[in-house]
Design a protein around this ligand. Sequence first.
Ligand code: ADP
Ligand code: MG
Length: 394
Amino acid sequence: MNKKTIRDIDPAGKKVLVRVDYNVPMDGAGKITDDTRVRATLPTLRHLLDKGAAIILASHLGRPKGGPAPEFSLAPVAEHLSALLGREVLFAADCVGPAAEAAAKALKPGQVLMLENLRFHKEEEKNDPEFARQLASLADTYVNDAFGVSHRAHASVEGITKYLPAAAGFLLEKEIDFLGRAVGQPPHPYVAIIGGAKVSDKIGVIANLLTKVDTLIIGGGMANTFLAAKGYATGKSLVEADKIGLAASLIKDAAARKVNLLLPADVVVADRFAADAVHMVVAADAIPADCMALDIGPASGAAFAAALTGAKLIVWNGPMGVFEMDAFAKGTFAVAAAVAASGAVSVIGGGDSVAAIEKVGLQDKISHISTGGGASLEFLEGKVLPGVAALADK
Ligand code: ADP
Ligand code: MG
């Protein structure tokens, strides 16, 4: 990577403000239900502490309306992090102003301070320069380890880099490394699997990947729009009528580029969108008028799995069906198993796809699971993320 990372800086004796993405899910009682995002930053934090830095952590949590809201306090996350790190994590009741300044000033090497939710100030999302300057004034150096917000030009992600030397943390570095392979100079054969509900969410990704991949597999709800583009009847399936023309041109584009475009040859159809709906497997060109396709069929699952044989790189974004319901999860799980067994470098992005791989317990067999849904999509579209662009060059 051509951006500075924490390996390129000497943080000894410095106060390092680390932007993390601790936007974790919590239950009603403020208990963290999934701490993956917190754990993912531990290598960066341990490295900085080992090198003799003091750490100031800044994050957002939830969607407070630009003012303090106790239900979005980061205090429970500070407590949880303290348990994970095995050391005290101090907490400042605000991220800027007197409370933050006093706590940051008193901070000694080896100590960790967490600031209260950045989004208690509307200036954060507005990338307000004065707010960014106030945040920066707490520290000597800035580290971005929050990939999930790096597609946003917010004060703690972009603005702050105008006031402090800025480097990437290990988590951000890993994201850029793996996602970078997908859009940079990928190894071949390179297979992308794109699914999920709607084509419209992922047009940019499909268009960009078509210029990179050898094989593009399309499943999930969005496949229905492609089937419609081929002239098939799609019954009551989720189809974006205004995107059928676009799907047709993507099919043409794939052929022109000699990309092997795979669509489902069979689908699981149901009479309604429900876990207990009556369902059956039909050929993709034989979807009954009163049915909707909610998963790829077994022949498609086998064909998609076979298309991964010998691949050097696989990128997967978007489930193959309504995997939240057991009856329509088989296609997604078949693809998950095939990706895990492929021996290729594998990269998975997208909140629901990650949930699916975790549901089958195969996450350890994947080379890289992206921590940023929206950010990973923008990266795969080939966009430059403002939070990454703002870091110092090597
Ligand atoms: P990701 O979060 O991995 O990027 P998306 O959010 O794009 O994935 O899509 C996931 C959603 O798509 C899931 O909630 C799933 O139920 C839905 N979905 C998948 N296939 C279908 C289908 N055939 N019909 C309707 N919804 C579908
Ligand atoms: Mg999703």
